[in-house]
Every structure is written in structure tokens, then in C-alpha cells.
Write a protein that binds this ligand. Structure first.
Ligand code: ATP
Ligand code: MG
Length: 446
């Protein structure tokens, strides 16, 4: 059915790059009626239009509706300036990120409203690699379309007329399941290297193939990612890992050679047989959760991605004679210091990551009161899920994970009977831990 309606779409008037007149595709051709658009974004467009402005739903939402996917959010593009937009809506504020945009609240919905962006000029500020630094020039809709990354992302839907305005043959490209860059791909990657990651993510998520022209330069241009601010990489990584298609994304990133500049340790991890298995299991597990509508936490994800680095460091420190738990603390800090900077892992997320890691040695203690105390830990569930993945990847005995699965399921006498006998070493270890010298700066999880 989707195929049929996309063929109808395709029969609409085509727009070619460089051609200034866009194709205006009527609803009778593309079939997307205004009730498919969120109420909030519709009302934002209507209000702006009543004020004499142009306003469209743009970008990912139009693209997703055309291929039959559920849009994540509905963004609006307009010829009104941010100040004009702000004045038109009582519950709105200007956000000064890379481009100035306005957040408009409509009921529970938050709609991002962007003013049409202008062409990059001679005087556009760029860094020494050609990455655009400041980009706040307003422009016409035609210019705005040319500034977007892929043809499928440059579609404008007017909720009033229900027509799609298509400057770059995006509807046709979508029909052909192709992700095509607007303009010269190398130049566009240089302006903003994050587009390298967007190409891979969108292709994987939407089941599109990257047009050869856009695909070819990816490998050689991957080094440009090193120059991208960590916070932007982090945002894009999170989008990629929580797209519900992370296995496909990571596999494709590796095939394109993109993981080198990105997560500098990920190539190392993927080359260790045990590490790769663990990461891939963790990602498959996350994809499954997201597709079933369950949430995931960034802390859990990054804990998985970095675990084998921690393990390697931890083993080394123990081999050098460091005691088990202090060695784990040291290994965690080393890994988070190296990776944290690159990925701009926030303090809060780093705390979550550490909690999960620190619970791991505690799962080995199955005697006395300690298993009961562990169950009460606020992060127990995440720690347990993590343990199961470790067992499935072969890093620890499956028997250990199964023991904990059962320990949670049963209670009372049955639970008590599961406890292992105290070993001589256990008590000694406990006494030692009470000494102030070991108290250190251990977080709550320990
Ligand atoms: P998603 O489904 O992840 O939201 P999206 O394409 O909507 O995908 P957004 O980051 O929400 O991604 O961006 C909205 C729109 O802004 C895009 O569809 C595209 O037109 C434009 N855009 C976003 N990032 C870039 C970029 N780096 N370069 C050029 N255009 C971009
Ligand atoms: Mg979007």
C-alpha cells in the first residue's frame, strides 16, 4: 500500500537541483492529510500564516510520514524571525544554540521553530578545516532548502493546503529509497562533519541506501570528526544508539571506518572477541527495548560500551598487585577520564555508569546478608541486566546470572536456602574494609 501511494507521489512534478521552481505536490498525489501532523505543529503553522508569514512542517517528520514511519517530532520552518515567532506565542522562548531557534509550547507538545536559513557567504566564519562556525544568516525558503543535508530532509508540508513543497527531488529519492546529499557531498561534509554520522544513522534507521556520490567520500573524510566539539558528537552518538537500529548503525559505522574518530576505543573493543560480543549483545538488547517502547538510559549504554576497557585496565592493575576494589576504582577513573572528555559524558551520566560497574563485583558475593543488601540498591535492576549481558557474552559464568535471576524470583525460606556458605576469606575481607584507610571517596554504590 505504501509502495502504491509513493508511486503516486512520484508522478508529481519533479524538481531538479539548481532549478528554482519547486515541485508542489498536492495531497491527492502524496496522500498525507493534515490530521497526520501533530496538533501543536499545525497550530503553530496556522498562527504564523495568519500573521502573514510562511510556515511549514519540515524535515524528518515529512520524510518519515512519506515512508510510513512514525515521526519523532514535528519541526516548523518559517520566514518569521525568531523575535517575531516569540511574539506570536505566549509560551515560547528563544534558544541560542548553533542556530537560533524558538521553542513553542502547545499543550504538552514542544515545537521547534526555525527561521529559514540563508546561503553561506564568502564571509561565513569557518575553522581551518572548513567547518562552519557561525551560521545565523536568515534567508529565503529556497536558500533554506539548499542548506539542509539530504534531499529527503528538505521537504516542506503546508498543513493549510496539505501540499508538499519539494526543491530537490526529495520525494522521488525517497521513493527510490535513496539518501542523497544536496549539493556536493565533500563540501557538505566539510561544512559539518556530523553529516557523516547522520548519513549512516538515517540510512540504517530508515532502510535507505546512501547514494554512491555521498557514500564514497565518507571513509576518507572520517578524520574530520576529530575536530567536532565533543558535545555535538555526544548528542549524535546518543541519537544513533537510541535509534532502535544501533546494531545496524554501529556495523555500518565500522564498515565505513567511522568509529575511529568517534569513540576512539570502540575499534579496540570491537577487535577483542569478547568485547565485541558484549557490545553487540548490549546494543541488540537496547534496540529490542526501544522497539517495544521501553526506555533506556544513556548511563547503561555507555557502561556497556566502555566495560571491556575497564576490564582490561582492572586486570592490569590487579596483576601489578593492586587490591581488587581500589583497582576497579582506578580503572574506572582512567577510562572515564579518557573517554569522558571525547564524549562529553556529563557528571550525572558518569555517576550512573560508575554505579553499574561498581555493583558487578558485588554479584559475586552470595553468602550472608550481602545479597539481600544488594537487592535493595536503587541501581540493582540496571546492575543485574548488565550482569546478564556479561554472562551471555561468556565473560562470567551463566550460573552466576541464573542464581541472581532465581534469587529475585523466590523469597522467604527458599531464598535463604540459596545462600552460599561463608568462606574464610569473606570475613577477613570485611574486617579489612572497615579500616578508614580504605574508606576513600567511594560513591554510594559501594
Ligand atoms: P530525526 O528522525 O533523528 O529527528 P531529522 O532529520 O529530523 O532526524 P533533526 O536533527 O531533527 O533530524 O533535524 C531536523 C532537520 O534539520 C533535518 O531533517 C534537516 O533538514 C536539518 N538538519 C539537521 N541537521 C543538519 C545538518 N547537520 N546539516 C544540514 N541540515 C540539517
Ligand atoms: Mg527531527
Amino acid at each position: 500500500m505504501i509502495r502504491k501511494f509513493i508511486s503516486r507521489v512520484f508522478s508529481g512534478k519533479k524538481a531538479r537541483p539548481g532549478h528554482h521552481e519547486p515541485a508542489v505536490i498536492p495531497v491527492s498525489t502524496h496522500g498525507i492529510t493534515r490530521d497526520r501532523i501533530s496538533t501543536g505543529s499545525r497550530r503553530v503553522c496556522e498562527t504564523l500564516q495568519e500573521n502573514g508569514h510562511k510556515a511549514y512542517v519540515v524535515g524528518g517528520a515529512v520524510r518519515d510520514l512519506l515512508i510510513g514511519a512514525e515521526p519523532k517530532d514535528f519541526d516548523v520552518a518559517t520566514d518569521a524571525t525568531p523575535e517575531e515567532v516569540r511574539r506570536a506565542f505566549r509560551r515560547s522562548r528563544i534558544i541560542g544554540r548553533r542556530f537560533q531557534i524558538v521553542h513553542v509550547m502547545m499543550g504538552q507538545e514542544q515545537i521547534e521553530v526555525t527561521t529559514f536559513r540563508g546561503q553561506l557567504g564568502e564571509d561565513t566564519k569557518k575553522d581551518e578545516h572548513g567547518r562552519v562556525l557561525h551560521d545565523n544568516v536568515f534567508g529565503s525558503q529556497l536558500e533554506d532548502a539548499a542548506r539542509r543535508d539530504f534531499t529527503a530532509n528538505a521537504l516542506y508540508y503546508d498543513p493549510t493546503t496539505e501540499a508538499i513543497v519539494d526543491y530537490h527531488h526529495g520525494v522521488g529519492d525517497l521513493k527510490a529509497r535513496t539518501l542523497r546529499m544536496i549539493g556536493e557531498p565533500r563540501a557538505r561534509y566539510r561544512e559539518d562533519p556530523v553529516r557523516l554520522l547522520r548519513a549512516v544513522r538515517l540510512a540504517a534507521k530508515l532502510g535507505l541506501s546512501i547514494d554512491p556520490e555521498a557514500k564514497r567520500p565518507i571513509r576518507e573524510m572520517a578524520v574530520l570528526l576529530e575536530n567536532v566539539p565533543a558535545a555535538r558528537l555526544f548528542d549524535e552518538m546518543l541519537k544513533l544508539l537510541t535509534s532502535g537500529h544501533s546494531v545496524k548503525c554501529i556495523t555500518q559505522l565500522r564498515d565505513e571506518g567511522l568509529h575511529h574518530g568517534l569513540l576512539p576505543m570502540l575499534d579496540v573493543i570491537l577487535e577483542q572477541p569478547m568485547g565485541e560480543k558484549f557490545v553487540m549483545l548490549a546494543l541488540a538488547n537496547t534496540d529490542e527495548r526501544i522497539r517495544r517502547g521501553k526506555g533506556t538510559s544513556p548511563g547503561f549504554l555507555f557502561a556497556c560500551l566502555l566495560w571491556h576497557e575497564v576490564l582490561a585496565n582492572w586486570e592490569k592493575l590487579k596483576a601489578d598487585g593492586e587490591a581488587k576494589i581500589p583497582a576497579l576504582f582506578q580503572a574506572m577513573d582512567t577510562v572515564l577520564d579518557t573517554q569522558g572528555e571525547k564524549l562529553a559524558i556529563t557528571r550525572r551520566i558518569a555517576g550512573d555508569i560508575k554505579d553499574i560497574w561498581l555493583l558487578q563485583p558485588r554479584f559475586e558475593q552470595r553468602a550472608g546478608k550481602r545479597p539481600y543488601a544488594l537487592l535493595e540498591q536503587p541501581r540493582f535492576r540496571a546492575g543485574y541486566d548488565f550482569l546478564v549481558l556479561r554472562a551471555e557474552s561468556g565473560e562470567v559464568e551463566m550460573e552466576l546470572a541464573e542464581w541472581w535471576t532465581r534469587f529475585q524470583a523466590v523469597d522467604g525460606e527458599e531464598r535463604a536456602q540459596m545462600l552460599l556458605p561463608e568462606q574464610a576469606g569473606d570475613k577477613k575481607r570485611r574486617r579489612r574494609r572497615k579500616k578508614p584507610a580504605n574508606a576513600g571517596s567511594a560513591p554510594a554504590a559501594e
